[in-house]
Design a protein around this ligand. Structure first.
Ligand code: SAM
Length: 393
């Protein structure tokens, strides 16, 4: 509402006074004057009103202009807002479309990848199942193979142990082998055999033992040698006798078969006259330690005292201490300073026999061993002859 000014009050006062004058003129009967005054009053009112209107019109116009400007601005703002809203909506739609398209593409790719991954997982699972199945099928053969591998390993360990044993034996036997080779060369060069030779291995005396025997025969001038158990040794001793020019070997053999073989060898080498192979079956003989199976030999049948006695029989298979009777039975016919050569002295049975003899026959002393497996005893001269302690007890 517009403010009432002083000018407005003045204008109203004039109107009241003029109206009063008109009324007064009219009441006073001066109607002409009253009408004239009324006309003037009307004119005044029109002028004042016009002036007032004119004075108040400018701010109104400003307000209207401002209002219009505001209205325009509002419209523009609304238009801009609407436009912006439209753009925003369009952008939203575009973004939504893009997002939707991207989501669709991503979803499609994801689903494709999932399918591919599922295929790969399935393939791997199939592979694993196949491998497991093969492993399960191979379990039996695998266990069998493991057993076989274990058996082979054990076999290899056994072979290694055996090889180590053989190597040890080789190291131990190598010097012996060289000694035997040397001995064989000596025998061959000294006696120059012309016929095939029987083997000097296994059951036969070693070449080193044979060298000792033949050398003893020659150096000692042994005239009579008795051998328990015939064989290759009979041949070499016969050749020693022939080389020496005198003497005889008597080989006691309990088996006809081997007696014949030895005789054949002696004949082949032309030394039959230097050695006799006598078949003496094994019979029970009495000794201070009881009865033993030994050669059936009459001492009276011997041509003289024995210079060398070779104990290489009977075989151990005929009984324990099978060779023990040799000394008790022949002690009376062993010459002074005679030698007893015991083969296979590294065997337990023969070692025990030697210990029994050492206890019972102190007149027979041990001499340095000629070679491995050979033991040598020598009768030492005694004014009382050969003493037998066991017989004295
Ligand atoms: C150790 S052998 C005597 C070997 C003989 N003193 C030598 O050194 O050639 C003892 C007994 O074995 C038997 N014998 C002999 N020759 C044999 C052979 N080739 N194979 C198996 N035994 C044999 C004989 O009965 C012999 O009396």
């Amino acid at each position: 509402m517009s403010r009432v000014t002083v000018r407005d009050f003045a204008t109203v006062a004039i109107y009241i006074i003029a109206s009063g004058a008109v009324v007064a003129l009219a009441l006073s009967g001066r109607t002409d004057w009253a009408i004239a005054a009324l006309g003037i009053l009307g004119g005044l009112v029109g002028i004042v009103t016009r002036l007032q209107f004119a004075s108040r019109r400018a701010p109104f116009r400003e307000q209207v202009a401002t209002s219009r400007a505001v209205s325009n601005a509002a419209r523009q703002a609304q238009s801009a807002t609407t436009k912006l809203a439209k753009q925003l909506a369009a952008t939203r739609r575009e973004i939504a479309t893009d997002i939707s398209a991207a989501r669709d593409e991503f979803t499609t790719e994801l689903s494709t990848t999932r399918r591919e991954l599922a295929d790969v997982v399935q393939a791997v699972a199939d592979e694993v199942a196949g491998v497991r199945s093969e492993a399960a099928e191979a379990e039996g053969p695998r266990q069998q193979l493991a057993k076989e591998i274990s058996a082979v390993r054990e076999g290899v360990a056994t072979v290694r142990t055996a090889v180590a044993g053989v190597e040890r034996l080789e190291r131990r036997l190598a010097p012996e082998l060289v000694t035997d080779i040397q001995a064989l060369i000596q025998l061959m060069s000294r006696y120059a055999p012309t016929a095939p030779l029987p083997l000097v291995a296994g059951w036969a005396m070693s070449p080193a033992g044979l060298v000792f025997l033949t050398d003893s025969i020659e150096r000692r001038g042994a005239e009579f040698v008795v051998e328990c158990g015939s064989g290759t040794s009979t041949l070499w001793m016969a050749m020693a006798m022939r080389r020496k020019g005198t003497g005889k070997v008597l080989a006691l053999e309990h088996l006809e078969e081997y007696a014949d073989k030895t005789r054949a060898v002696l004949a082949a080498h032309g030394v039959s006259e230097w050695a006799e192979v006598r078949v003496c079956p094994l019979v029970e003989v009495s000794t201070p330690r009881g009865d033993f199976l030994w050669y059936d030999l009459e001492l009276e049948s011997l041509p003289g005292q024995i210079d060398i006695l070779l104990v290489d029989g009977p075989p151990g298979t005929t009984g324990r201490h099978a060779r023990y009777p040799a000394l008790p039975h022949l002690s009376q016919v062993l010459a002074e300073n005679s030698l007893i050569v015991v083969d296979d002295a590294d065997r337990r049975d023969e070692r025990e026999v030697l210990e029994l003899w050492a206890e019972e026959w102190p007149a027979f002393e041990r001499r340095a061993s000629a070679s491995r497996g050979i033991e040598v005893l020598e009768r030492v001269d005694s004014p009382y002859g050969v003493e037998n302690r066991s017989s004295q007890n």
